[in-house]
Unconditional design. Structure first.
Length: 326
């Protein structure tokens, strides 16, 4: 038998080298928002309502279909709560692989590969900071709450995030005692059509307030005004089409189109881009089992740009505002 000798030492790869395992920290980033959207004013009724609910419940879930400004609003409220201090907030996005070890605590490989050590997750780190500074308010923003198994991610803390149980001690799996301070608030977003929504509702309906965020024709009009959209006929037809498709969401909730899809629309050309690269796929998917309505919606979009300026087939529903369609 031929023996093969290794002439060089074999390098030991750590989890950090491979970018896997618990040594790779969970991504923490601010929730997505419209880059050109205006700042939320202090007298905005949405801000007042959410701040009031946070004081009462300790947490708020913003629930709505894609494109309804959930992440933007959550970020704006977080800015108001923390007075712009990023060190008082954490922004994370849940996904199917998100775990208790990322959120609360877990054992992770040491940097020198000599073993494992216990490390705080993003939530527990913010809990400790909030306890150190009870005079300040802290907030954690969770995007896509329903994408993870919330019961497993929160663990024992799920009971103690409830407002009435704040400051009560409970034991973590490591044996360490923990309590959640009253000056830590949670804001979460979720899509009511996600598969995990029923589990989220069951876990949070007694603990947090839930705020519905449907598509809004009024907000779409505000976006177009702010962007200086000048073609009045195209604008009117777009608003009618927007109302019409969101009215369909009564029967097919997945059909809902949020106003934030149009946040960068400044003229008919950029409006057509929204259709070509986003909305036509949404319409095709939402109405895949209803071909007649799919054709109606596609033809309706084409008529927005019809050269015959007297066409009213997409603008005849101007009074059907559709704001409460979802």
């Amino acid at each position: 038998m031929v023996e093969v000798a290794l002439t060089k030492d074999v390098r030991t790869l750590t989890a950090d080298d491979l970018d896997i395992g618990y040594a790779h920290q969970a991504q923490v980033s601010h929730g997505s928002s419209a880059p050109d959207a205006p700042m939320l004013q202090s007298d905005d009724p949405r801000l007042r309502d959410i701040l009031r609910l946070l004081k009462r419940f300790g947490g708020v879930i913003l629930s709505g279909p894609p494109g309804t400004s959930k992440s933007w609003l959550a970020g704006q409220v977080a800015d108001k709560i923390t007075q712009g201090h990023d060190d008082r907030r954490a922004d994370i996005q849940f996904h199917a692989s998100y775990q208790f070890e990322d959120f609360m605590e877990g054992y992770r490989p040491k940097n020198d590969a000599s073993g494992f050590e216990r490390r705080d997750g993003v939530f527990l780190r913010l809990v400790r900071e909030a306890k150190k500074h009870p005079e300040n308010d802290y907030v954690i923003v969770i995007d896509e709450l329903s994408r993870a198994d919330v019961g497993r991610v929160f663990g024992e803390a799920l009971t103690y995030i409830e407002r009435s149980k704040r400051e009560q001690s409970f034991a973590l799996p490591s044996g360490e005692l923990c309590s959640i301070p009253s000056n830590l608030y949670l804001i979460a977003t979720m899509n009511p059509l996600d598969r995990g929504v029923d589990e989220v509702d069951a876990a949070f309906e007694r603990r947090f307030a839930k705020v519905d965020m449907p598509p809004s024709r009024d907000l779409l009009e505000g976006i177009l005004n702010r962007n200086g959209f000048a073609d009045e006929i195209v604008r009117r037809r777009l608003l009618a089409w927007f109302s019409r498709i969101n009215a369909r969401a009564f029967q097919i909730p997945a059909a809902a189109v949020g106003h934030a899809y149009f946040v960068d629309v400044v003229d008919p050309e950029t409006l057509q881009d929204v259709w070509d690269y986003q909305l036509k796929y949404h319409v095709d998917r939402a109405f895949k089992y209803d071909p007649s309505t799919r054709t109606e919606m596609m033809n309706g979009w084409a008529e927005i740009f019809a050269m015959d300026k007297t066409s009213v087939s997409t603008s005849g529903d101007d009074d059907d505002r559709g704001d409460d369609a979802v």
